[in-house]
Design a binder for this molecule. Structure first.
Ligand code: TYC
Length: 99
């Protein structure tokens, strides 16, 4: 409105924390260990040492958290895992769960 002053003190900025999602890798009997490490280094940017640790953890426990991301990024990573795995004929799967 013309002639009105908006005081800085009256402006409330609402910053909502984004909901975050765990990306979880699932074990299977067919995907090679090397391929899982490759997925973790390329798609999830883990070091080879960390990727190897996560891979063995998932291999032993059946599933494991790879990372926690906002929705779009988590979904992209889950989709990328599905894509690269099916290209190679591996059943490797990742799922996402809200934190
Ligand atoms: N269990 C697989 C094997 O023995 C290796 C593997 C690890 C597969 C982790 C998937 O998410 C996975 N070759």
């Amino acid at each position: 409105m013309a002639g009105q002053t908006i005081f800085k003190e009256d402006i409330k900025i609402k910053l909502k924390k984004p909901r975050m999602y765990r990306v979880i890798l699932l074990n299977d009997d067919y995907t090679t260990m090397d391929f899982v490490v490759e997925v973790l280094t390329t798609i999830f940017h883990k070091s080879v040492a960390e990727a190897t640790r996560i891979m063995f953890d998932v291999h032993q426990k059946g599933r494991g958290v790879v990372g926690i991301y906002p929705y779009d990024i988590a979904l992209t990573k889950v989709t990328q895992v599905e894509e690269v795995a099916s290209e190679k004929g591996f059943p490797l799967k990742a799922v996402m769960e809200e934190e």
